[in-house]
Design a protein around this ligand. Structure first.
Ligand code: PNS
Length: 160
């Protein structure tokens, strides 16, 4: 859409799901470059290492030209300032997500006036998917092949 604007879709992606892919495919059409920023969320117990997540995301988005996968630590808006990123992309699945996303958007706006947050509602067919629930049902041997990319499914099976 805008020929020069760089955006970032940041998250823990532990692991990336089809819901994330939906947001990435749609957001990548709106910006010149979309970075997928992997961050460690200290409030969440992780299953995949950062290197594994980078690899899985790269494989899962290899069909999209203008996407870059990166890992960093620290404040998201600081990374954006240093890398000329003007837009934060976030996905929401339900009204339950909205208040958390608004709180983060307001905090990020307070920290950096020049950076905007764009919140995309997820496709309804993915509205129940979360990385946490994927990990939970996997531990009971559930079939999740419609919920994550194939490469993620294969790696999840190895972790079971
Ligand atoms: O996928 P998640 O875990 O919901 O993503 C949350 C994430 C990683 C985007 C958020 O915790 C974050 O931005 N962390 C980086 C540190 C930071 O900037 N915190 C202030 C957020 S308002």
């Amino acid at each position: 859409m805008n020929c020069k604007v760089k955006a970032i879709f940041a998250g823990s992606f532990d692991p990336i799901t089809n819901g994330h892919i939906d947001i990435i495919e749609r957001a990548s059409k709106m910006f010149h470059t979309l970075q997928i920023g992997i961050l460690i969320n200290p409030n969440k117990k992780s299953l995949f290492t950062i290197d594994e997540r980078v690899e899985l995301i790269k494989k899962s988005v290899s069909h999209i030209d203008n996407v870059e996968v990166i890992f960093f630590e620290g404040l998201l808006v600081e990374y954006c300032k240093q890398n000329d990123i003007k837009v934060l992309v976030r996905g929401v699945r339900s009204s339950a997500d909205v208040s958390y996303e608004l709180q983060m958007a307001h905090m990020n706006k307070e920290l950096c006036e020049d950076i905007e947050t764009i919140i995309l509602p997820t496709n309804t067919k993915y509205s129940f998917i979360s990385s946490s629930l994927i990990k939970e049902v996997l531990s009971f041997d559930a079939n999740i092949e419609n919920l994550v990319p194939r490469c993620v499914l294969e790696e999840l099976k190895k972790k079971r």
